[in-house]
Design a protein around this ligand. Structure first.
Ligand SMILES: Nc1nc2c(c(=O)[nH]1)N[C@@H](CN(C=O)c1ccc(C(=O)N[C@@H](CCC(=O)O)C(=O)O)cc1)CN2
Length: 288
């Protein structure tokens, strides 16, 4: 039997509707419009598309949006000076630096992201927010992609409590925060990576399998337990107009119980959750 397809489009539109209501409530109760500033450095074509989509989604949901485009030869100091300016602007509740940064400043990524005030860090990449997620403190920001995966699992009523969740990939943006989020929901979490022995056996023991490796079709059908929920976070461009995930979808769909497609899966939730994080940031700043 073929798996249930977890459509990112449907969940994203559900989450955006919820965000719209919260924006209206903030306006009515406190006369506040949440504001998001996105900084893009350089000319990466995919980044430009994502940033435009962020701007468009802000308009759709009722969030004030500013896109700040900086040239590819921007220095770390210039970028941090821009972030500082935004840190002090009251109408900007969320600040995001689009990744990847140009090669010349890639090594400075940590210093640049750490310059964002943790209360405005809508990506949830600042060490303060990483720490809050780690210790289960709920007044921090959660990275958008794993946050979207969790909300989708909850909305689809997939059981997490007591489930064995296996995450393949240990990035700071997806793998590690995904593990913390599922652990906080009482899953038994295994994080696998390139040095893991018996990867196939571990994956096959997963009730929830999250693929976040960045390698096309890395997870094959024989690595999936029949009936498991498979979340594919990979976005791999294998030809100019062809995107595929980390999971061999066509075969996996015959084994899994539920599965996300690529495109049209959790990627779409990333921007929906950015809206939610901007609203959460505005609420947190109200309370300060
Ligand atoms: N500062 C950040 N930079 C980056 C992040 C991030 O969360 N914060 N994530 C990615 C890019 N990204 C958002 O920024 C993003 C990626 C993918 C999608 C998406 O909608 N994917 C679609 C396919 C879109 C396509 O055709 O390319 C899908 O999966 O169906 C949205 C946002 C890296 N940088």
């Amino acid at each position: 039997m073929s798996a249930q397809i977890l459509s990112g489009k449907i969940f994203a539109s559900e989450f955006k509707e919820e965000a719209k209501k919260q924006v209206l409530a903030l306006k009515e109760q406190y006369n506040i419009t949440p504001g998001l500033a996105v900084i893009i450095v350089g000319e990466n074509p995919a980044s430009k598309v994502y940033v435009n989509n962020k701007h468009r989604t802000c308009e759709e949901v009722g969030i004030y949006s500013e896109v700040i485009s900086m040239p590819a030869d921007t220095t770390k100091e210039q970028l941090i000076a821009k972030i500082d300016e935004l840190n002090y602007r009251q109408e900007i509740h969320g600040i995001l630096v689009q990744l990847p940064l140009p090669e010349a400043i890639t090594k400075e990524e940590a210093d640049i992201l750490n310059a964002i005030c943790p209360l405005k860090d809508v990506d949830g990449f600042h060490p303060v927010n990483v720490g809050k997620l780690m210790i289960g403190q709920d007044d921090g920001m959660i990275p958008c992609t794993p946050y979207g995966c969790l909300k989708m699992l909850q909305s689809a009523k997939i059981n997490i409590d007591g489930a064995h969740a296996v995450i393949v990939g240990r990035s700071n943006i997806v793998g590690k925060p995904m593990g913390q989020l599922l652990l906080a929901q009482n899953a038994t979490v295994t994080i696998c990576h390139s040095h893991t022995h018996n990867l196939k056996e571990i994956c096959r023991s997963a009730d929830i399998l999250v693929a976040a490796v960045g390698r096309p079709h890395f997870i094959t059908a024989d690595m999936i337990k029949p009936g498991a929920t498979v979340i594919d976070v990979g976005i791999n461009r294998i030809a100019p107009k062809k995107l595929v995930g980390d999971v061999d979808f066509d075969n996996a769909v015959e084994v899994a119980g539920a599965i996300t497609p690529v495109p049209g899966g959790v990627g779409l939730l990333t921007i929906a959750m950015l809206m939610q994080n901007t609203i959460n940031a505005a609420k947190l700043q109200l309370a300060k």
